[in-house]
Design a protein around this ligand. Structure first.
Ligand code: URQ
Ligand code: ZN
Ligand code: ZN
Length: 464
């Protein structure tokens, strides 16, 4: 089965150039001018369009059991929605319950992911510590293609990692050639601020951002950076939402420390005025952590992407419907935290980033695909249009437009933080593993067609 993408401008992280792209099976086999279509090949006309590496969303939660419920999108609907938005790979999370063996949780998530329509791979969260956790981290790296371990510094009395766990796990990751990642919010401060607000009778969604101000995030970001510095480990901070955390990353990088930052499409576009909305469903629909911030933080995050102190964009796709969010109608701390975005990330980043001149098309590829592939060690298999790379490709129509709405999205949950936004620049065709899986609104996702992607360890280094 061959697919020829003809007449487009190929855009990689390093350059843009006119070329055709020929795919055979699940690989790109040729990139160059005037390629001939083999007999029976599917030919895609990419005239006037960009041909870019399929998006890699390094932060999703499909089928996540969380806060007493389970997300609306499973691995089929979530990855299928991503394909409709030009996203061809997700990096999701195995999140063991405290005391649950890591390998037991890992196999549980692998089972859930078998229905995926697009490729997937997993960060594994370290939510507790023991000699067995230490041992199983090694098994996961050596035998299961895991090269990143997540630490939630928030969510006290649930999955929060204390400093002992952070230090022991970061040290173990270094031994194994894996990268530690963190959700950086001080879980103790969040908990105490939540109790203060409830005691004052402030129970609505408006209390959510009040319990997690930027300083609460920045404390944890600085602490994780300090721990990584002392232990000489790299560090990846997920969903950097505020200027203060970005400044901590910028300082560390200026001092030569290997720290990477991730920005969510939501945090780049949406501000905290959403929590003032009188409608509970609207405000609760925006409850995620860290919360949406005031406008000066969006400006800082875009500068972070432009200046190379933020490296990837993600979504933290974690969808709950109105009925699930209503669990917190009388107590904001019970509103399941999470919003969607896997279907819209690339279009909103293009619309806000490229159309405004903040990002070039190549920088767009860098922050939506190539950097994630390089940081998590699946480049150039992913994140590049070149012979030998996976045939994961998005044909991007810079003149196309659509209005984002929960009413027309493929993702589940019935809510969209980008509701009503008309974007210019959209995927016209998505090719995944060499097959056309989306074309001009026609989603042809196939349950189970997605594959698990092993991510090799980095060369282990000795701790200083
Ligand atoms: O914290 C996360 O990343 C998960 C639990 C999704 N929810 C959220 O509010 N970000
Ligand atoms: Zn998080
Ligand atoms: Zn998350």
């Amino acid at each position: 089965m061959a697919t020829l993408i003809r007449g487009g401008t190929v855009v990689n992280a390093d350059r843009a150039f006119r070329a055709d792209v020929l795919c055979e099976g699940d690989k790109i086999v040729a990139v160059g001018p005037s390629l001939l279509a083999p007999a029976g090949a599917e030919v895609i006309d990419a005239g006037g369009q960009y041909v870019m590496p399929g998006g890699i969303d390094p932060h999703t939660h499909m089928n996540l059991p969380f806060m007493g419920t389970v997300t609306q999108d499973d691995f089929f609907t979530g990855t299928a929605a991503g394909l409709a938005g030009g996203n061809t790979t997700i990096i999701d999370f195995v999140i063991p319950n405290p005391q649950q063996p890591l390998l037991e949780a890992y196999h549980q998530w692998r089972g859930w992911a078998e229905k995926a329509a697009g490729d997937y791979t997993f960060h594994v969260a370290i939510t507790w510590w023991s000699d067995k956790v230490h041992e199983e981290m090694g098994t996961l790296v050596r035998n299961h293609g895991v090269n990143s371990f997540k630490h939630f510094m928030a969510y006290k009395n649930a999955i929060m990692a204390d400093d002992e766990t952070l230090v022991k796990s970061f040290r173990r990751a270094l031994e194994l050639g894996a990268i530690p990642t963190v959700h950086a919010e001080n879980g103790e401060l969040v908990y105490q601020l939540q109790q203060d607000l409830l005691r004052q009778g402030i129970t609505g969604p408006k209390a959510h951002p009040l319990s997690r101000p930027p300083a609460v995030e920045a404390e944890a970001a600085n602490r994780a950076i300090a721990i990584a510095n002392v232990l000489n480990t790299p560090l990846y901070i997920v969903h950097v939402s505020c200027k203060e955390s970005l400044d901590a990353i910028t300082r560390a990088r200026a001092a030569g420390q290997r720290v990477y930052g991730e920005a969510l499409a939501g945090h780049l576009i949406v501000d905290d005025s959403v929590y003032d909305h009188p409608d509970f469903d609207f405000a609760a629909g925006h409850v995620m952590s860290p919360p949406f911030r005031s406008r000066e933080h969006q400006k800082a995050l875009w500068q972070g992407l432009q200046g190379g102190n933020l490296h990837t964009t993600a979504t933290d796709h974690c969808t709950f419907c109105a009925e699930q969010k209503a669990a917190g109608r009388n107590d904001f701390t019970k509103i399941p935290n999470g919003c969607g975005g896997v279907e819209d990330r690339m279009a909103v980043i293009w619309d806000e980033g490229v159309n405004s001149g903040k990002l070039t098309p190549s920088e767009f590829v860098r922050v939506t695909s190539a950097n994630a592939a390089q940081i998590f060690n699946i480049y150039p298999r992913k994140g590049l249009i070149a012979a030998g790379s996976d045939a994961d490709i998005v044909v991007w129509d810079p003149e196309g437009s659509r209005t984002i709405s929960a009413k027309t999205q493929f993702a589940k949950g019935g809510f969209n933080v980008f509701e009503g936004r008309t974007v210019k620049g959209i995927p016209s065709t998505t090719v995944a593993a060499g097959k056309v899986v989306f074309h001009r609104g026609d989603l042809r996702a196939v349950e189970g067609a997605g594959r698990h992607v092993d991510r090799p360890a980095f060369a282990p280094v000795t701790a200083r």
